[in-house]
Ligand binder design. Structure first.
Ligand SMILES: Nc1ncnc2c1ncn2[C@@H]1O[C@H](COP(=O)(O)OP(=O)(O)OP(=O)(O)O)[C@@H](O)[C@H]1O
Length: 359
């Protein structure tokens, strides 16, 4: 899939601008603070309904503006064309597909963007929530039932946590319906996550061999969020009195995590900062590859500040591997990254929130 015409209004420093994005590589160059990352952020917002940058959602809205909007035409490889829109007016967010108001969940299902950016190392070094989010994005795009199941799970979790705080004794009856729901939805989510990671593993190994061959063989460890092999329903009952003293649910898919280890770097603490970034990139490129296999077309890949994140050899390895496949890539940098200087790429100059094609 690929974005064709991207129109942005009221997003950070971007007042009103549009760009015709080319099918292959697109490079956005310009000085610091020009608005390059904001263009990638717009693509990510269409595909995730949230930004990859931390901080308040209010900061997305241009200071002094009352609304922000992102529109894009999205071309699928089979020729289908969709018009996607995401807007915010006041505190309200609205999503549109082909002119129809839709839930944000429907918009983000249509458009898939995988983004490597300076904060991506949090996927390796950050909290487990980052890794669950990565995993669940992949599952969401494969399993139609993931989102409703995940919502039911969250609702049951909230109810059980609220009971744990208000009922100071173990009154089994009030917990039963919520624990049954947690166990039913949680077991499904766990199964889907396992299948997804099984499918992802060969792509992780392929990308690690390309970007981090010196670290040796890669292994993936998954922790479901309760003791491996135990039944979730039984675990919830068994842990109820402990959960009562803590005031929250300590077992379930909301506690899951996964990690990568290498023969030459068995623990995360063995990675250098640069290697942390590269391991994160391995994960994101593997996810993009798997998504391409599942969907039959590549997701859009964004690489923010590529040249300052990676050394030249790794920039070359990544760009060469992506130039070899039919993927649309959006790259940012203060200059055209060296490995792309001789490649056929479309270059945009970004300055003070305006975007103009250069070549
Ligand atoms: N809500 C806002 N309203 C107006 N301007 C904003 C808002 N939020 C951020 N900005 C400005 O918008 C710009 C954001 O730029 P962005 O991060 O997209 O730049 P960049 O070209 O990627 O920069 P760098 O090369 O430094 O990473 C900055 O100049 C920032 O000060």
């Amino acid at each position: 899939m690929r974005l064709e015409r991207l129109q942005l209004r009221g997003l950070r420093c971007i007042g009103d601008t549009s760009l015709d994005v080319a099918p292959g590589f697109n490079v956005l160059v310009g000085p610091n603070g020009a608005g390059k990352t904001s263009v990638l952020e717009a693509a990510f917002l269409l595909s995730h309904g949230r930004s990859f940058r931390s901080g308040a959602r209010d900061a997305l809205l241009q200071r002094g503006a009352s609304a922000l909007s992102i529109f894009s035409t999205l071309r699928h490889d089979d020729g289908r064309l969709l018009r996607l829109g995401l807007g915010r007016e006041g505190v309200r967010w609205d999503a549109r597909v082909d002119g129809q108001d839709v839930p944000i969940g429907q918009l983000v299902r249509e458009c898939a963007v995988v983004c490597f950016e300076p904060g991506s190392h949090a996927l390796i070094a950050g909290a487990a929530e980052e890794r669950r989010r990565f995993l669940d994005w992949g599952v969401f795009h494969v399993e139609q039932d993931f989102l409703p199941t995940w919502r039911r799970y969250q609702r049951a979790l909230k109810q059980r946590n609220s009971l744990l705080r208000t009922h100071t004794f173990d009154d089994g009856g009030v917990y039963d319906p919520w624990e049954r729901e947690l166990a039913r939805c949680g077991s499904l989510i766990d199964q889907w996550r396992r299948s997804y990671l099984d499918a992802l593993l060969p792509y992780l190994r392929e990308q690690a061999a390309l970007l981090l061959p010196e670290l040796g063989a890669l292994e993936l460890r998954y922790r479901p969020g309760w003791p491996e092999g135990a039944d979730l329903a039984e675990t919830l009952v068994a842990q109820r009195s402990r959960d009562l003293s803590r005031g929250h649910t300590t077992a379930g898919v909301h506690r899951a995590d996964w990690s990568l280890s290498f023969l030459q770097a068995p623990q995360r603490e063995h990675f250098s900062r640069g290697q942390e970034k590269l391991v994160a990139l391995v994960c994101l490129l593997a996810q993009a590859h798997l998504d391409a296999v599942h969907r039959g077309e590549w997701p859009i890949v964004c690489l923010d500040d590529l040249a300052s994140e990676l050394d030249l050899a790794h920039q070359s390895a990544v760009t060469e591997s992506l130039l070899a496949v039919p993927v649309q890539v959006l790259v940012t940098g203060t200059e055209l990254p060296r490995p792309l200087q001789k490649a056929s790429v479309k270059v945009f100059h970004v300055e003070q929130g305006s975007v103009a094609p250069l070549l």
